[in-house]
Design a protein. Sequence first.
Length: 505
Amino acid sequence: MRVEVGRGGAKAAATTTTCEEPLSPTARVFHDPSFNCHIIAKMGCKTSIDPAVVIDGLKHTLIKHPRFSSKLVVVNDHNGQKKRWVPTTVNVEDHVIVPELDLKMNSPDQFVEDYISHITTIPMDLSKPLWEVHILNVKTSDAEALGVLKIHHAIGDGVSLMSLLLACTRKTSDPESLPTVPGSKRKDSVASTGFCGLVFNTLVDMMLVVATILFFRDTNTPIKGAPGVELKPKRFIHRTVSLDDIKLVKNATNTTINDVLLGVTEAGLSLYLNRRYSENEKDDEGTKNRINLLESICLRSTLLVNIRPGTGIQALADMMEESKYGWGNRIGYILLPFNIALHDDPLEYIRSTKRTIDRKKFSLEAIFIHLAGTLTAKLLGAKLHFLKMNEVCTFVTQAAATIAHKILSNTTLSFSNVVGPVEEISFYGHPMAYLAPSVYGHPHALTMHFQSYTDKMTIVLAVDPEVIPDPYGLLDDLEESLAAMKDAVVQRGLNEKEAVKEKIS
């Protein structure tokens, strides 16, 4: 049984906007039936969570943002129907859900996993803003309690939502200060490759995107979802590893944290698939060391890219005023191939992915993919006045959703890496142990997110259990791959000064 709790049912009014606003082209795509995406974020806390404190905090922060105080409304006019964001009075208690729990349950971790999987099967109530917070006061293996944030992806992308969420937190060491999140330095692609090189790389990448839309499909491996996988219930699991170990490998190989994470992913997927291809073989020591992979495997990830000109946390007021970095869905993605193979040298996986991602950095693929759908919707939907605007918008939205769905359907997984706070933070006074975001509703059987927090890195998997029945085995392979890379670095005595001698070609 689920109950909603609060303090007296008081209502908190939305005060940041008084006018309706049409859905952006990307938001319309995320509301298309074939691409109905939501964000799930698990927040493990070191103490039990007081729902009344969370409700009071939400009233003074989150709902001040227009997206969290507006509901989606279908408006009828002479041109037909329009979907718009319409401001509404928000009863925060309706958005905070606290289930009645059996504190003597046998497996709290399994309960949390089952609970989150279940709530992703429940459609969001369109009569109120499209977000909710679930509070689970149950002790698990790595937290005393959990807050689970469920938000429709039309409200914003992971970067903007993460910024707003963290703007609602404070440093545990200084309750008046916002968290500190390291920024990223972007290289000038034109200066690095020259204009002609940038144009060439972009044209090649976009040709591959078009081919993927039309016919180019990944190998049908044991982790590739079948048609309709976006409608299947997902399971969300995570594991925390040492960020210091990742930094050790990064410094020794003169790469970036993202390079290392991609290398760990390529190595982990190779180990996992090698085992899956041998699951009908006799389980002995010889089988474990045997190469069971297909000779040639095409396996690509859609790697999410933040296309804003900068990163970092802005004050909540700045986010509400449409800061220069921009609220909403401002992400692109690139098609990143993984070389599935077994290497004797674990650092070869980092060299392999670094070559690939360095080439992708000198391309405008992510920006073009983002702009293609946005500009098409704006130009056709807003400029063709001689047609019924809503009919055009509906057609363009469906076309954009179909293209995005086709690209994801013909690739294997989604990957993202989000930088988190460097010090411990509190969510309305509740110290946080970990943060594990993910997404569902897109046509992938496997989604991988890496989320840093203090000195830890959390690996988050969203899987279709019918396709990947043993997701903890995949987590084991990812953790084992990182350990092998660390051991290789230590054994060779590599360090930051010697990294220049370790050429990555």
